[in-house]
Design a binder for this molecule. Structure first.
Ligand code: PLP
Length: 387
């Protein structure tokens, strides 16, 4: 009997250690980890630089609270600002918290410039932004909100990739258009550059903030540091989490100076957000992801992987319906039972995770080796051939 509540459907598998792209189970088996704790373990398991930074900081100071200056956080915020659109950063602890903070900032911005009626957030129907109350109602998903009423107001929804639907939902009350630059949980759906540019145009025209959730697709997952870079659009607010901590819980909201001015003392806070231990780790992730060739290598491996997966699709058209993805955020939409397919992969020592629309999500660590991708392809081929 477990004393853990039953809000997760857990696989009957546990691990005693991890190294690079591999996890070793308590029963002594070796698994290729191609879900990376859901796009979290950017540098795989037991990365020596992360271990070193964690240990070094652990011996100095873990936590002091945001009543004080935190030099490690100043450094990380500067790194994030130098490499992105952002001028200012607020640190939090998770993706859901980063998204809630982003929503607060958008509303507070319009309040601060004398337009408090601009307070509605326009999101994609059946999207995913985390599990807190505001975020589940932002998702416009019946399944996620069922039984959790009363409804949190202030969210409108448009249909995925549908600019006409979006235009119809914009009103004078719209403060922000808020969606994932490349959608993970909802089925690995990548917006076209054209879509992103058109949305940006609407935002400029109607004085609306563009809020891009890069919690899953950010931090190099897409092959660029941020997925929006492909379209060369400039967002106003970008919540991040997952990959920036490499396994340590870190969230952050990046924003322009214009928007950040409204966040005066007292408007937001988080006890743990940006503590020295978290910041020491985030700094290593940033240094590694921006090492020469790192992101280039993600793109190279992505091209190789996606190419081979498309060949596999052509070989097994009755099993694989579509290959989706950008960078190392990859989806295989299958025509067979999803859970069964994922279980078969697990039995063959390849760990993946589901996404909506009957999609197998593949999220290797960003420093995955080509030969590990080849092993995964071999397992995928074997599982497909056994149907
Ligand atoms: C995972 C995820 C979240 C929620 O992050 P948590 O850290 O679980 O709160 C929000 N948005 C997106 C796009 C995500 O993938």
């Amino acid at each position: 009997m477990s004393f853990l509540a039953s809000n997760y459907k857990r696989r009957n598998l546990s691990f005693k250690k991890g190294k690079g792209s591999y996890l070793f189970s308590t029963s002594g088996k070796k698994y290729l980890d191609f879900l990376s704790g859901i796009a979290v373990n950017t540098l795989g398991h037991s990365n020596p630089r992360l271990i070193k930074a964690l240990n070094a900081q652990a011996k100095k100071v873990w936590h002091v609270s945001n009543s004080f200056q935190i030099p490690e956080g100043e450094i990380l915020a500067k790194k994030l600002a130098k490499k992105t659109f952002a001028d200012k950063v607020i640190f939090v602890n998770s993706g859901a918290e980063a998204n809630e903070t982003a929503i607060k900032i958008a509303r507070r911005y319009f309040y601060s410039i004398g337009k408090p009626y601009k307070n509605r957030i326009l999101c994609i129907k059946n999207s995913f932004h985390g599990r807190t109350l505001a975020n589940i109602f932002a998702s416009g998903s019946k399944k996620m909100t069922e039984g959790f009423g009363p409804k949190v107001n202030g969210f409108d929804h448009f249909n995925y990739s549908d600019l006409n639907s979006l235009r119809k939902k914009v009103t004078k009350n719209t403060a922000g258009i808020f969606f994932e630059t490349a959608m993970g949980e909802s089925g690995i759906k990548v917006h076209t550059k054209k879509f992103l540019r058109e949305v940006k145009k609407i935002c400029i025209e109607k004085n609306i903030l563009l809020i891009l959730d890069e919690v899953q697709c950010g931090i190099g997952r897409s092959g660029k540091f941020f997925a929006y870079e492909y379209a060369k659009v400039k967002p106003d607010i970008v919540p991040i989490a997952k990959g920036i901590g490499g396994g340590f819980p870190i969230g952050a909201v990046l924003m322009t100076k214009k928007v950040s001015n409204c966040m005066v003392p007292g408007t937001h806070g988080s006890t743990y957000g940006g503590n020295p231990l978290a910041m020491a780790i985030g700094n290593v992730i940033m240094d590694e992801v921006f090492k020469k060739g790192f992101l280039n290598n993600v793109r190279k491996n992505s091209k190789y992987f996606l190419g081979k997966l498309n060949s596999l699709k052509n070989k097994y058209p009755k099993i694989i319906k579509e290959i989706r993805g950008i960078g190392l955020l990859i989806g295989i939409q299958v025509s067979v039972d999803l859970e069964n397919f994922i279980n078969k992969l697990t039995q063959n020592k390849l760990l993946t995770i589901r996404a909506a629309e009957n999609v197998v999500r593949i999220l290797p660590p960003l420093n995955v080796k080509k030969k590990e991708i080849d092993i995964a392809l071999k397992i995928l081929n074997k599982v497909c051939s056994e149907y």
